[in-house]
Structure formats: structure tokens, C-alpha cells
Write a protein that binds this ligand. Structure first.
Ligand code: NAP
Length: 414
């Protein structure tokens, strides 16, 4: 049995197991959660009430989540004197699926970001962000309902590798000299330098995960988003490796855009997933002008970062966009926004992003019934214009309700 320094495993419930490459979820499943900093307490309390109520409504007493609190961020610092204790990493690895609230990046704590550290330590290489419109949410575009995409963003390399040297630093000057001596490349002496690694293994595993997701959830297309016209051996290679993994490993399930016209007269054969690619800049136009032609977008880290927020803006902003960081099995679900410290303990902010991250988690567990109930109820609640301040200010003459009241209304509407 696993041993922790300061955590006690709940008496009730069992852990998820992986047997023959499959997730086996017990009916009373132990799920570790990190409350989060700032608004974390408000939104985690509200969200747990919604998830529990939906599971009860769907399954009665047959299924239940046994919550197991683990610590990161300010709460962890109080208990362990460390913002990201080893217990927390061990618990997520052992229990396989976990959910977290947002974490404030400690200033001068030696971490670039707790979130980035968690993703790297657990090798959670796909950042998955579904971006879908819920009826009634105020949106800046005319047809927000056309948006229903899932972004797979590579989580461990490209700019997230964090390899940079400051202008005029010793290492920077050495690299400039090395490039000049070895390759006759001239870089201005005062330039900062960053290195952007994009590898075959990591690109392929991301695109593989995106294809498996498309197969599991019935999506019709995957678009590889890249800037390969300019950066041939990083971004362009990402595209080439993406096609390679599709053709070599999923031949019977996919059709490439080239083959679509050469062999199928432009009509996607039923049951096949279209694999296409688009240059990053055009992708930003496309999600605005031809929104419904896109389903899954697979992208290296930086492209994925930009397109996630741009897409989320069309469906009501980050407050409505859930997220997950998933590795080979280990999955950590989290809202896309931060800890908004100025709203701490005000019972004010919108918990939808975290609630919907929990919906993703329920689907990952194959508990689809409560997931669907929550999605329908959120839609109903927003249509009734019972919303928190962020959405209320985008609607006419709507008095906002509190975070906890919003959760209660969702529960009533289940
Ligand atoms: P933020 O926490 O996302 O907040 C920025 C603004 O977004 C808020 O002031 C608020 O806007 C709005 N907002 C965020 N969450 C909301 C919610 N649930 N409901 C309604 N509105 C919401 O970004 P930040 O202020 O830049 O970052 C604060 C801390 O969070 C930093 O330490 C940062 O490093 C960290 N962070 C953590 C994560 C993560 O844990 N994954 C992600 C991003 C940032 P208005 O005031 O305009 O209403």
C-alpha cells in the first residue's frame, strides 16, 4: 500500500486501475482534488456540490466519488512548507485521475509555475481544451453555436521547454559566438535567444492522442495547426509527423485531405476521420469565418495556447472553457483561468470552467450520464439568466447571483 508523508487515504472507496491498457473505474472511486488558491475554495466547493448531485441523480447510491484532498499552492505551503509537495505528485500518479482549482504562481518560489511543474513531473503531455457554446451565453460573434471544437495542445516542449538566454548574458554571448564560428550565422550581439525544440516522439504521441480521442468521441476531422511555411524543421516537421502517425497507425480510420480529393472526390467516406493541416495564422481566420469546418485541432505548444484563448472568446470567455492535462493514462482536470486573487472568498466568480472540467473528468471515467445532466442544466440555468457577475455584465439589466447560488440553481435544474 502506498505511504504518504502527511496524507491519509479515505477509508471508503477504491482506486482506479489500468488493466490491459484500459481504465477500470470502481463504483465508489477515490478522486484526489486540489482546492486551489484565490477563488479556488469558492469554485471547488460549488463544483463538488454540482458533481455529487449529478452523480446521485444519475446513479442513486450505486456510484459515488470519494473526495480525497491533496495539497498544492498556498495551502500546501502552510502544511508542508513547500508549494508542491512530493505527496501530491505521488497521489495523482497512484490514483490516476485528479482535479484541481487554479494555483497562484508563487513569486520567487523557485518555480516557473506550479501548473507547468505539475504537467512536466507527471508527463501530462496533452493539454485538452474543448471549446463549445452553451445556449444563452453572451458572445461577441453572430453564430457562436457553430463552435464545437477540441484543442490538443502539446504540453511539454516548444516554448514550454523554457530554453532562453537573456540578452548580453554570458551564455547568450557564448551561443552567439558558437553559431557564428560553427555555422556562420550572424545574430545581433544584443539579441535575446530562445530555443524551440519540437521532437518526433512528442509530436507523434500528441497527434496519436488526438486521433484516439476523435475515434472515441466520434469527431469528424483533425487539423494539424502549424507555421511550417516558415519554420520547416520544427513546425513543418510537426505537420509531417502528424500525417505520418495518422497514415501509419490509423490507416483504416482516417483519410488525408490530399487523398480526399485524389481518391474520394472531396467526399469524406463514412466512418473516416479527415486529417488536414492549416497554417497557424490562417487558422485564426478560419475559426471565425468557417467555424463549423473544424472539430479537433492538434498543435504545438504556442499555437495551441493562442488558439485556445481565441476560440474561448467566441463562446463567452475563459470562464466557460474547461481543460485537462492528460498523459498516457494519468489525467489532471483544471479550469483554464487563474486564481483571480482579488475575488478570494467573495463567493462571486463563475465556477463554470471548473464544473465543466469535472464534466470532462466524468466523461473520462465513462460516467456519461451525470456529465450530460450537468451540461444540460448549465445551459438551462444560463438561459434563465441566472448567472454570475462576469456573464451578467454582458447581458442587459441582469442582477448577478453568487457563485454558491449559481451552483444551487444548477443543482435545482438537473
Ligand atoms: P486570472 O486569475 O485568470 O484572472 C484574470 C481575470 O479573469 C479576473 O480578474 C477576472 O476578470 C477573470 N476571471 C478569472 N476567473 C474567473 C472566473 N472563474 N469567473 C469570472 N471571471 C474570472 O489571471 P491572472 O490574474 O493573470 O492570474 C492570477 C494568478 O493565477 C497568477 O498567479 C497566475 O500565475 C495564476 N494562473 C494559474 C492558472 C492555473 O492554475 N492553471 C492559469 C492562469 C493563471 P474581471 O476582474 O475582469 O472580471
Amino acid at each position: 500500500m502506498i505511504k504518504f508523508d502527511k496524507l491519509t487515504i479515505p477509508d471508503e472507496g477504491e482506486k482506479i486501475q489500468i488493466i490491459n491498457d484500459e481504465l477500470i473505474v470502481p463504483d465508489y472511486v477515490i478522486i484526489p482534488y486540489i482546492e486551489g488558491d484565490g477563488i479556488g475554495r469558492d469554485i471547488m466547493t460549488a463544483s463538488k456540490r454540482v458533481w455529487d448531485a449529478a452523480i446521485k441523480k444519475a446513479y442513486g447510491i450505486k456510484r459515488k466519488i470519494i473526495w480525497f484532498e491533496i495539497f498544492a499552492g498556498e495551502k500546501a505551503f502552510k502544511i508542508y512548507g513547500n508549494y508542491l509537495p512530493e505527496d501530491t505528485i505521488k497521489a495523482i500518479e497512484y490514483f490516476i485521475v485528479a482535479i484541481k482549482g487554479p494555483l497562484t504562481t508563487p513569486i520567487g518560489g523557485g518555480f516557473r509555475s506550479l501548473n507547468v511543474t505539475l504537467r512536466q513531473k507527471l508527463d501530462l503531455y496533452s493539454c485538452i481544451r474543448p471549446v463549445k457554446y452553451y445556449n444563452g451565453v453572451p458572445s461577441p460573434v453572430k453564430n457562436p453555436e457553430k463552435m464545437d471544437i477540441v484543442i490538443f495542445r502539446e504540453n511539454t516542449e516548444d516554448v514550454y521547454a523554457g530554453i532562453e538566454w537573456e540578452s548580453n548574458s554570458k551564455q547568450n554571448l557564448e551561443i552567439i559566438q558558437f553559431l557564428k564560428d560553427k555555422f556562420d550565422i550572424k545574430i545581433p550581439q544584443d539579441a535575446g535567444i530562445g530555443i524551440k525544440p519540437i521532437s518526433e516522439f512528442k509530436s507523434k504521441r500528441l497527434v496519436r492522442a488526438a486521433i484516439k480521442y476523435a475515434i472515441k468521441y466520434g469527431y469528424k476531422s483533425i487539423t494539424l495547426m502549424h507555421k511550417g511555411n516558415i519554420m520547416k524543421y520544427t513546425e513543418g516537421a510537426f505537420r509531417d509527423w502528424g500525417y505520418e502517425v495518422a497514415v501509419e497507425e490509423f490507416k483504416d480510420k482516417i483519410v488525408t485531405e490530399n487523398d480526399l480529393w485524389d481518391k474520394y472526390n472531396g467526399k469524406i467516406p463514412t466512418e473516416k476521420i479527415l486529417i488536414k493541416d492549416r497554417i497557424a495564422d490562417s487558422m485564426f481566420q478560419q475559426i471565425l469565418t468557417r467555424t463549423d469546418e473544424y472539430d479537433i485541432i492538434a498543435a504545438p505548444n504556442l499555437n495551441g495556447d493562442y488558439i485556445s484563448d481565441a476560440a474561448a472568446a467566441q463562446i463567452g470567455g475563459l470562464g466557460m472553457a474547461p481543460g485537462a492535462n492528460i498523459g498516457d493514462f494519468i489525467a489532471l482536470f483544471e479550469p483554464t483561468h487563474g486564481s483571480a486573487p482579488k475575488y478570494t472568498n467573495q463567493d462571486k466568480v463563475n465556477p463554470s470552467s471548473l464544473i465543466l472540467s469535472g464534466v470532462m473528468m466524468l466523461k473520462y471515467l465513462n460516467w456519461d450520464k451525470p456529465a450530460k445532466l450537468i451540461e444540460e442544466s448549465i445551459e438551462k440555468t444560463i438561459k434563465e439568466k441566472k448567472v454570475t457577475y462576469d456573464l451578467a455584465r454582458l447581458m442587459d439589466n441582469i442582477k448577478p447571483i453568487k457563485c454558491s447560488e449559481y451552483a444551487s440553481t444548477i443543482i435545482d435544474n438537473l
